[in-house]
Design a protein around this ligand. Structure first.
Ligand code: PMP
Length: 426
């Protein structure tokens, strides 16, 4: 029977049972972290060859660059050639730099605030009205924190099954010239697993914007991170923007954080020639050049796109059973009550769980009290504010399988307990 159909007596009886289950959980000493999308140590082990690969005596890149030295701001040619297809840009318009794509996004926003883009009439921070970004929700919390730290106003936009609600997006960007950017995680979105449809990508590339220097911050973090044998491909945003006369619109980001080592991989950026030149001119003020030895190691280890894809297949084999374990628990323990819904992603790192409105914060607190650490409720919304207080983000990647099953069961108990308490108190 669905929870909504329970009489008050039946609800109280269920509450008693769930509370007893919760008290049993309190007696166990679980300590399971599912707060962030961190690769497991088995996943990291897949790339241990990188640690063994010695560059001693062989540290020259193909163009003769001594990788131990300064310079090479745009990244090694062979590294750019290897990773350019991930971004869908030519190697000449690809940058390989640093170890964190989030840092590249931060830099792009910082350069825009401080200097503006080539066609901006002034640095964004000098605009008389605060600049704004569209934020599809639920979305990636660190995008929102980044905006917050620069004082960028955030405008939430609903994320539908095939991408952001384009009726809302089109209307807002055409009317409001303070809207200068938009966050997009186009494939296996964090946290919903959403894949943008060709129509949505076409609409984002073609839409008319009131701001002349509008940018899509296209964070393709999960482009090769399939969880099924269906290796989904999406349209090329850069080519679509060029076709519609907006060649400078998309700033495309990616990284090997969840391919090789999360803390010691390579970050990727690609865009129009003008945007890459713009980036290089500002980046060269900030740094004398990236770590090219790590780039060389990555190229020698991965070799080519096929090498990368076979590594990703190794990740899929480790991740897919973890996702299945969580989904199975949700199916067994929550489905019958009919009040919760969740994503069944075909890739990426997260499961989105929508529970009874008004209970997400409480459920997260209940889970924390029994040793299951979830992402704070609300964090997938600007300023941490989920207006319905109903969304949870589950990150199944790092715990082992038996811990995951225990954690997922505990989450179901907490979600059900929070729902019973809410309904009884009404
Ligand atoms: N973008 C998205 C959508 C992510 O989910 C993450 C990691 N959770 C990142 C960027 C961070 O990437 P990086 O390690 O390259 O900074």
């Amino acid at each position: 029977m669905k929870l909504a159909e329970y009489s008050i007596d039946a609800l109280e009886q269920l509450h008693g049972q769930v509370q007893a289950e919760y008290l049993r959980l309190r007696e166990r000493t679980l300590s399971i972290n599912m707060a962030r999308g961190v690769p497991s140590s088995e996943q990291l082990d897949l790339s241990n060859a990188l640690l063994e690969l010695s560059l001693a005596g062989d540290y020259l890149a193909e163009d003769g660059t001594d990788c131990r030295n300064y310079m090479g701001q745009q990244g090694l040619p062979e590294a750019r050639r290897l990773f350019a297809p991930l971004l869908g840009l030519p190697a000449e318009q690809t940058v390989v730099s640093g170890n964190s794509s989030l840092a590249l996004m931060y830099d792009c926003l910082a350069f825009a605030m401080h200097n503006g883009f080539p066609e901006s009439s002034m640095p964004w921070q000098q605009e008389p009205q605060t600049v704004a970004f569209l934020c599809p929700v639920p979305g990636y919390d660190r995008h929102f924190t980044l905006c917050e730290s620069f004082g960028v106003r955030m405008i939430p936009v609903p994320l539908l099954d095939d991408g952001p609600d384009m009726d809302v997006v089109r209307r807002l960007v055409s009317e409001d010239s303070t809207i200068r950017g938009m966050w997009c995680v186009p494939k296996y979105s964090n946290p919903t697993g959403t894949v943008y449809s060709d129509e949505v990508i076409e609409a984002l590339a073609s839409m008319q914007t009131a701001a002349l220097d509008f940018r899509l911050f296209w964070d393709d973090a999960y482009t090769l991170h399939h969880l099924t044998s269906d290796a989904i491909e999406i349209s090329n945003i850069y080519q679509a923007c060029v076709r519609h006369g907006h060649p400078d619109r998309a700033l495309v980001f990616g990284s090997t954080s969840k391919m090789t080592f999360a803390g010691a991989g390579l970050a990727l950026f690609g865009s129009s020639k003008a945007n890459v030149e713009w980036w290089l001119s500002h980046a060269s003020i900030r740094s004398v050049g990236p770590d090219k030895l790590n780039q060389l190691r990555h190229v020698r280890y991965l070799k080519d796109l096929d090498g990368l894809k076979s590594l990703m297949d190794g990740h899929r084999k480790l991740l897919a059973p973890r996702f299945s374990a969580v989904l199975h628990q949700l199916d067994s323990h929550l489905r019958p009550f009919g009040f919760a819904s969740w994503s069944e992603p075909k890739g990426g790192y997260f499961i989105s769980l929508n529970i009874l409105p008004g209970t997400a914060r409480h459920a997260v607190a209940l889970a924390r009290a029994v040793g299951v650490n979830l992402t704070s409720a609300g964090s997938c919304y600007p300023h941490g504010h989920d207006p319905l207080d109903q969304h949870l983000r589950i990150a199944p990647s790092s715990p082992g399988l038996s811990d995951l099953e225990a954690a997922a069961q505990a989450i179901c108990t907490c979600v059900l307990l929070a729902a019973c308490e809410r309904l009884i108190s009404k």
